[in-house]
Design a protein around this ligand. Structure first.
Ligand code: CTP
Length: 460
């Protein structure tokens, strides 16, 4: 045990909700039982050190945790099975990678055998050797010193492993790679470097900065598959200061390095506008319910709104966005170009429905969220889309098609037309009950060719 290590473990315990602290105990118990040395590594010790250093509050640490990374000196899969016996959850084992994930109480515990990694080519996944690798050596293969900090849980509980000066770098607010080929080996670290710089309010350390630029100049981004790029962008778009990271990615030539058309997009928006998007996303969470859109994707659609249509699909393909999401984004962009001039919340609701119902609901939701009003008219356009999503699009006449036919509407297209008209009358408040609907239909039938609009007008 080291004093700092014990402080760190105490801090981690305090950051865990009381009803989750057993997770740490069970990890230590399973390690003792299986005779393996294990340590917490990566995000959890890093964030806890930041708490100790007064750089962040402890209160939201657990909620913000994406996973608990545990490194096992030896067989992580054997350890995972031992843990699983005392910590119920869902266990997924990846024999090929020597890793396992146990999801328990809503949090994922990622278990990895300590390893040595070598890269045969930039951008490819590493070759892994797990034979006889000490925890200390495992830390050397990692991305940045601030992520190469571990605290042992067993057998020497409370020993801090910080061979590369991660805590000192956190204090100095610098992100430092561990060897000069780091970005070449794994160019996803180019994204991660910027993500952590912004999250930790840190600078890239000078030699790391030089290596960063070298990797960009030598086109290392080209070696990354679209899937790996998407994962990094998704992580970035989930960050609290995601818009700042986008702006820095643009300046640092990552965006144009991915695709020419992504270069310069951050000059089209301001950080304040990005924060406004987050407010809309928070306040209007319900419009995303039932859609496939997640907030990170909405942020991406917003950040890329200024791109020319000509290049949009190619650029989205390069960054690994799924085709169905690209289509939703394209439709939302098309909607924002073609409709807003004609759309305002002062219009009768039926007119708003007429304009929007031809678009998939998901695209209207996306358009509403990413629309950036610059004046009252824009605000009114957004309100019209919101009203459509939350209210107007849900309005239906009470009478079914069968009932319309029973009342005398001829079977066929006339039924749909009648339904549409009843809905318009309901939307605009001319009728409010099933009885009103019956009266309108009776009048339509009596008037023969006359429309429902006329039927109510005559009756008013
Ligand atoms: N890691 C790495 N190189 C990568 C990705 C990850 O060395 N390209 C290592 C780092 O030590 C990192 C750990 O794996 O800390 C876990 O990665 P991840 O779960 O992605 O990040 P966290 O550190 O947990 O941080 P956060 O989730 O807060 O971003």
């Amino acid at each position: 045990m080291t004093q700092r290590g014990q402080q760190l473990l105490d801090e981690i315990n305090l950051a865990f909700p009381v009803d989750r602290r057993h997770i740490l105990e069970r990890l230590a118990t399973a390690a003792r039982r299986s005779g393996l040395r294990i340590a917490l590594v990566g995000g959890l010790p890093r964030e806890a050190l930041r708490c100790l250093g007064g750089q962040r509050p402890r209160e939201n640490l657990y909620d913000e945790l994406r996973d608990i990374d545990v490194v096992v000196e030896g067989d992580a899969i054997h350890f995972a099975r031992e843990l699983y016996r005392n910590l119920p959850g869902e266990l997924v084992v990846n024999e090929a990678f020597g890793t396992a994930t146990l999801v328990t109480e809503g949090i994922a515990i990622d278990l990895t055998s300590s390893r040595r990694e070598s890269y045969s080519a930039p951008g490819q996944l590493p070759e892994v050797d797990t034979g006889g690798v000490r925890l200390e050596e495992d830390l050397l293969r990692r991305d940045f010193s601030v992520n190469a900090v571990a605290v042992e849980l067993s057998p020497d509980q409370g020993v801090l492993l910080d061979p590369l000066g991660g805590e000192a770098d956190l204090r100095a607010r610098q992100v430092r790679i561990l060897h000069s080929a780091s970005f070449h080996d794994d160019p996803t670290r180019l994204f991660r470097a910027l993500r952590y710089s912004i999250r930790l309010n840190a600078e890239l350390e000078p030699a790391s900065m030089a290596a960063f630029h070298r990797a960009i100049e030598e086109d290392m981004l080209d070696t990354l598959s679209p899937e790996r790029v998407r994962y990094e962008l998704e992580c970035i778009c989930r960050e609290e200061r995601w818009h700042e990271i986008w702006a820095v990615m643009d300046l640092a030539q990552i965006l144009p390095g991915l695709h020419d058309a992504l270069g310069g997009i951050s000059s089209w928006w301001t950080l304040e506008q990005g924060s406004s998007l987050d407010i809309v996303l928070r306040n209007q969470r319900e419009v995303l319910e039932g859609t496939e859109l997640e907030p990170w994707l909405v942020r991406l659609a917003w950040a890329t709104l200024s791109m020319r249509d000509t290049w949009f699909e190619a650029a989205m393909n390069r960054i690994g966005i799924f085709p169905r999401h690209i289509r939703s984004m394209q439709t939302a962009r098309h909607l924002l170009i073609s409709v807003p001039e004609r759309l305002s919340s002062d219009m009768p609701p039926s007119g708003i429905v007429d304009l929007l119902e031809h678009f998939p609901r998901e695209s209207v939701a996306l358009a509403m969220l990413i629309h950036m009003p610059v004046d009252d008219r824009g605000v009114s356009t957004r309100r019209a889309m919101l009203n459509y999503l939350l209210d107007y699009s849900l309005v239906r006449p009470e009478l079914s098609g069968h009932e319309l036919i029973r009342l005398g509407i001829p079977a066929g297209p006339a039924v749909g037309e009648c339904h549409r008209r009843l809905r318009a009358l309901r939307l605009d408040g001319h009728i409010v009950s099933e009885e009103d609907e019956r009266n309108v239909v009776m009048r339509m039938v009596n008037l023969g060719e006359s429309s429902a609009d006329q039927a109510t007008t005559d009756g008013d």
